[in-house]
Design a protein around this ligand. Structure first.
Ligand code: ATP
Ligand code: MG
Length: 596
């Protein structure tokens, strides 16, 4: 499919439908969110209700915790949330879920912003700039917590962590009420205020929702909502020594931002009853506007040959199994960019895999196919000889040179042609010569003719060897009337078609041939340590000879190296006039598919 077709499909929203789209379309048809008001920024109900009708038909959000680099799973969530907002006349917010004081860092914030932009999405337009930090909402969260206390829906528990764990019960056994559960709202309020002023050490008290210790859903057995933590926060400094629990903060963040559809991964399904309970109480109290956000869960992305757990990715970096977060073998967005994977490829992949509620393992070849499909359309063709062997054209005068012309893109003549100098000394691929050919071998061997692609037909006359019998050069003669593109050039019927570069003009360059980081489709499956499944040959570095047009490749530009695959000029290691290339993906899937 052409790029134009792909773009128009993205813009018209004519994607394959899925259960989330069905929910949104039903909500839109029913006008469920049509009366919401939006003050132009996040806030409690009184502020929002004083604003005009919300111009966004839906609001979604991507809410990363800034405690690591984004990976391919996050890319799925970004494409989903920003894609839905785009398709339904909505807005998608980028919200840093930074309510945990100890773990977040500015470096991650910058990197996440860059990753979302790189994927082609924006949280800004002429009217709105929806980049938010959940830590800006702490005052509102305190107001919500205090309302729960006043209305008898929360209490300060002073049991130890151990006692609380023991009284929570199990899946088959109900929990036991805390001895502090009957504290009066006044006493609870006083204690909660004292928690806020820093009078108590970490863990001395905790604020809990008062729901039901006998609930079959353990998450409803009086979950903790605010804890004491004497820690400095990257945004709020030392202002707070109490911090909200994620399960309390997240629904409130959604509601303050007028989120209509709060899309998350399946492990939060059991939290949904608490999400709804909490927002209902706060809406009853007039703190939050109705209709309330609705949480919708989908299954997370799992890919064969890839690990997508932050913990494991950190381990790969810290133990130096890779060169860093942006190592081109890492399944991070920064790694993908250096690998040459494209934003269009990610969006196509997200669309192809769709969303569902059942856990699935996606074949890595599907991901690679999406990248190939996009690169086949967009990447200009170039010639690179990766395992160079000299070829001497003995009947071509030394010191002479002439131009041959090669199309930049076979499917796009409008991209024109480039000149490739031809001369007496060339580089060809070592595998394109055999002294004694095997059956069916059509490339160069003594006496055989083959075409130098976009150049001349040559006849091989022999080879030179060193003292160890290693072939060090091939010799041949060219047929002057066989030049590609000249009249009658096709009178020679040859089967072999080789790529080459002229030695005098070639640009030697480092080329990194990447392969999968893991050799096993399910790294660490069973009892194995996932590190045991590392592919020992996941990168091979060669010195290639490139055609001169590649010398000034723009860092980040992708090319198809004919016969070899797609390569990108590494934007970190390339220098002016001295590019370094990374292999993004081969032309064809070279890995066996299980069972096929
Ligand atoms: P990890 O589990 O890898 O540590 P996380 O869920 O802790 O990731 P967050 O920063 O909390 O990372 O994630 C931001 C958003 O990305 C969340 O909405 C989360 O559901 C989504 N997300 C994370 N991993 C995946 C995945 N593998 N597939 C789809 N969405 C994901
Ligand atoms: Mg998380």
């Amino acid at each position: 499919m052409g790029n134009a077709a792909k773009n128009s499909r993205e813009n018209t929203g004519a994607q394959a439908t899925n259960f989330i789209r069905n929910i949104i379309e039903a909500d839109l048809a029913a006008g469920k969110h049509a009366q919401r008001r939006w003050s132009g920024k996040p806030g409690l109900a009184p502020q929002q209700l004083a604003g005009p009708l919300d111009p966004a038909r839906i609001r979604t959000r991507f809410p990363p915790e800034p405690n690591g680099y984004l990976h391919f799973g996050h890319a799925k969530s970004i494409c989903l949330n920003f894609g839905l907002a785009r398709d339904y006349g909505g807005r998608c917010h980028l919200r840093f879920d930074d309510t945990n004081p100890e773990k977040e860092e500015r470096e991650y914030v910058e990197s996440i912003i860059g990753a979302v932009r790189w994927l082609g999405f924006s949280w800004q337009d002429e009217k709105e700039d929806n980049l938010y930090y959940a830590s800006d909402y702490f005052d509102w969260m305190i107001a919500c917590a205090e309302y729960l206390i006043e209305s008898g829906n929360a209490y300060v528990d002073s049991q130890s962590a151990d006692e609380m764990r023991q009284s929570r019960g199990t899946l088959t056994e109900s929990g036991k009420d805390s001895p502090y559960r009957k504290r009066s709202p006044e006493e609870n309020m006083l204690l909660f205020r004292r928690m806020q002023t820093g009078e108590f050490p970490d863990g001395a008290h905790i604020l809990r929702a008062r729901i039901d210790m006998a609930s079959p859903n353990i998450n409803l057995r009086d979950p903790a909502i605010y804890r004491i933590r004497h820690a400095e926060h990257h945004n709020t400094g030392n202002r707070w020594c109490v911090y909200p629990m994620y399960t309390f903060a997240h629904p409130i963040e959604d509601a303050l931002e007028n989120i209509t559809h709060s899309i998350c991964t399946l492990e939060f399904e059991d939290q949904r009853p608490f999400y709804d309970w909490l927002l209902e109480r706060l809406a009853e109290g007039g703190l939050l506007q109705r209709p309330l956000p609705r949480q919708i869960e989908f299954s997370r992305l799992n890919l064969t040959y890839v690990v997508l757990s932050k913990r494991k990715l950190i381990q790969l970096v810290e133990e130096k199994h890779v060169a860093g977060w942006d190592d081109p073998r890492m399944p991070t967005i920064v790694g993908a960019r250096r690998r040459g994977y494209t934003p269009e490829g990610f969006r196509l992949f997200a669309e192809r895999i769709g969303v569902s509620k059942s856990d699935s393992l996606i074949d890595y070849t599907l991901f690679e196919d999406c990248m190939r499909e996009v690169l086949n359309e967009s990447a200009e063709r170039r010639v690179a000889v990766l395992d160079p062997l000299p070829l001497v054209i003995d009947n071509y005068p030394a010191g002479q040179s002439e131009e041959c012309f090669a199309p930049n893109h076979p499917l796009k003549p409008e991209l024109g042609k480039r000149a490739m100098p031809f001369g007496r000394e060339l580089w060809i691929e070592r595998e394109d010569f055999m002294e004694t050919p095997t059956k069916g071998y059509h490339r160069l061997y003594p006496g055989n003719m083959a075409r130098l692609r976009h150049g001349f037909v040559i006849r091989c006359t022999g080879c030179e060897k060193d003292g160890n019998g290693q072939i060090v050069a091939v010799h041949g003669e060219y047929l002057p009337d066989s030049k590609s593109g000249t009249p009658g050039a096709d009178r020679y019927k040859v089967k072999g078609n080789l790529h080459w570069v002229a030695a005098a003009d070639a640009c030697p360059a480092r080329v990194r041939l990447y392969d999968r980081l893991f050799a096993h489709p399910a790294p660490g499956a069973g009892e194995r340590d996932f590190l045991e499944d590392l592919n020992p040959d996941s990168v091979r570095v060669v010195t290639a000879q490139l055609e001169p047009a590649l010398k000034d490749a723009r860092p980040g530009a992708s090319y198809q190296f004919e016969r070899h695959g797609y390569f990108v000029a590494d934007h970190v290691d390339s220098r002016e006039g001295a590019p370094v290339f990374n292999r993004t993906v081969t032309l064809k899937d070279s890995w066996e598919r299980p069972g096929g």
